[in-house]
Design a protein around this ligand. Structure first.
Ligand SMILES: O=C(O)CCC(=O)C(=O)O
Ligand SMILES: [Fe+2]
Length: 195
């Protein structure tokens, strides 16, 4: 059914990468760019406040809350286009998602540091579905312990990356700065919050 499905095994996890998952990534990129009321929260790093080095927004089913950048956020309603993607992901992957964190990297100076999506609200072993729109960016993974090499993937416009259980227990991931990248990128990470 999909072209370009690639499975990347990891010790203690694994990734499924679908290079051409969406049929109209450019249309969705433009819609979200213009219609999402993007936010840039302040984060505290070693006691000092900084603006998050990207723009964010959180959508999902009503009544859910999620902690990011040190603050608990309530869900905003799903834009119709993202509810369609969420429903299609359930059909295609068998995983259910009830919210999505949206990240807008305005250019190669915007980034996300190493972390795992391992908050307790996500349960022991979540599957995270990550859709990329716009400029291609490198995505890096490194194990929490041990010496395995950093794994690097280039995430294409319209691609889907599934971080399969139990990847979040054993690996961290990041979206490093890439000074040469001029274009914007939007990333949608679909998650399932336990109530
Ligand atoms: O932008 C990306 O590809 C990664 C986003 C991410 O790791 C997150 O939202 O937790
Ligand atoms: Fe993440």
């Amino acid at each position: 059914m999909f072209t370009g499905l690639q499975h990347i095994p990891l010790v203690g996890g694994g990734l499924d990468y679908y290079a051409n998952y969406l049929s109209d990534p450019q249309g969705l990129f433009l819609e979200l760019c213009e219609q999402i009321p993007w936010q840039q929260p302040l984060v505290k790093v070693y006691g000092r406040e900084h603006l998050t080095p990207r723009l964010v927004y959180f959508v999902g089913d009503p009544g859910l809350r999620y902690q990011y950048s040190g603050v608990s956020h309530a869900t905003s309603p799903w834009p119709a286009s993202l509810k369609i993607v969420r429903d299609q992901l359930r059909v295609d992957t068998g995983f259910e998602f009830n919210c999505a964190l949206l990240n807008y990297y305005r250019d190669g100076n915007d980034s996300m540091g190493y972390h795992s999506d391992d908050e307790v609200e996500l349960g022991e072993s979540p599957c995270i579905a990550s859709i990329s729109l716009g400029a291609e960016r490198d995505f890096c993974l490194k194990p929490k312990v041990g010496q395995s090499k950093v794994q690097k993937l280039c995430l294409a416009d319209g691609s889907l990356l599934l971080m399969l259980p139990p990847t979040q227990q054993h690996w961290q991931h990041a979206l490093p700065v890439r000074k040469g990248v001029r274009g914007g990128r939007i990333n949608l990470t679909f998650r399932k919050l336990l109530k």
